[in-house]
Design a protein around this ligand. Structure first.
Ligand code: ASP
Length: 347
């Protein structure tokens, strides 16, 4: 019988109503799951649940919690066939992205899931998300950090929360779903990354609390506010720009960016658009950002770009190397543009 480890970090799925609104309660998810006959049906894997203390609304998560998740997965790496991380939807895409970089060589499925309505409620998406995630973790050995939600299995670092209220809360705008749950559970194996070459043993990098920030350009953004955000101790910025990576040609704003880049701040250009990728050579307004020292985030989600910054800065690489790795696909998180650079091992 296959065995699945479930790390319950919290989230709506295991919450209970209180006068302050929904909040997590210790032991509640497990007690609700114990009442689900479908989890004991023939063909279902055996599973073990370990709960975080305290359980978290994922809005309260920090990189410390990414580390806690990674440590648990590492501790149980040899004992289970697959892993589920039960997680709130609000920051699930950040955690899944972070784990995709920091946890290497596990070569077993890790599936983040949760729900929009708690499992205890009569009409809830929790049942199907849990049951299917368990079946996938046990029966479809996708050796990636995935996110399963609304009948779709996504690469974790490609997913983003797009709906506050819909059951299809996540999309993977720039990469197809790795799998779909319809009448059959289908995995599109041609899209799945093989286990990483050259990483025979699982290894986990504990990210440090790097000083990174995500900022969104808007018409009339005051350069002095941008300058404030880029001041020390800022080490990295995900700048959400317009369209294919364009920004205002305002001389003062460009000077602020250039000065920060010269000081070693890594500024990643990601588009505000949900679909498509950055190409700073398309427009003069984009090439000016390139000359100011921005590095392309291609079609990465902001979640993936931030997590990648945390990870690369935690490796102690020089700023030039962090900038060089940013537009490269390390874990399938972006669509790489062909380069003449010789391939090297991924960090
Ligand atoms: N606020 C909740 C959380 O992210 C939302 C959810 O789980 O759907 O923990």
């Amino acid at each position: 019988m296959k065995r699945v480890y479930i790390a319950n970090t919290g989230g709506t799925i295991g919450m209970k109503w209180s006068p302050r609104g929904y909040c997590p309660e210790a032991g509640f998810l497990e007690s609700q799951m114990a009442k689900m006959p479908e989890l004991k049906a023939p063909g279902m894997p055996e599973f073990v649940i370990e709960e975080f203390d305290p359980l978290l609304d994922s809005s309260n998560m920090t990189p410390r919690d990414w580390i806690a998740i990674g440590r648990r997965l590492m501790a149980h790496r040899d004992d289970f066939d697959g892993f589920i991380v039960v997680h709130g939807t609000d920051t699930m895409a950040y955690s899944a992205s972070a784990l995709s970089f920091a946890l290497r060589g596990l070569a077993k499925p890790v599936i983040f899931t949760g729900s929009q309505i708690p499992l205890v409620e009569v009409r809830s998406d929790a049942r199907t998300n849990l049951v299917t995630a368990l079946q996938l973790a046990a029966g479809s050995p996708v050796p990636e950090i995935c996110l399963f939600f609304g009948n779709q299995l996504f690469r974790g670092n490609r997913a983003t929360k797009v709906s506050a209220g819909g059951f299809g809360a996540f999309e993977s705008p720039n990469f197809p779903a790795l799998g779909t749950a319809g009448v059959d559970l289908q995995v599109h194996w041609d899209l799945v990354l093989p286990p990483e070459q050259g990483v025979p043993q699982p290894r986990f990098t504990e990210v440090r609390p790097a000083k990174v920030v995500a900022l969104k350009l808007f018409p009339g953004m005051p350069p002095e506010i941008l300058a404030n955000a880029l001041r020390p101790p800022t080490e990295g910025v995900v700048l959400e720009t317009y369209g294919v990576g364009n920004g205002p040609g305002d001389a003062e704003l460009l000077r602020v960016l250039e000065e920060a880049a010269d000081r070693g701040v890594v500024i990643v250009n990601c588009t505000q658009c949900l679909y498509g990728r950055v190409d700073m050579e398309d427009y003069a307004t984009g090439s000016a950002l390139g000359r100011a020292g921005l590095t392309s985030g291609s079609d990465m989600t902001t979640e993936a770009a931030l997590a990648k910054l945390f990870y690369l800065l935690s490796l102690g690489l020089g700023v030039d190397e962090v900038r060089r790795q940013m537009p490269r696909s390390l874990r399938g998180e972006l669509t790489e543009v062909a380069t003449s650079e010789p391939a090297s091992t991924s960090p």
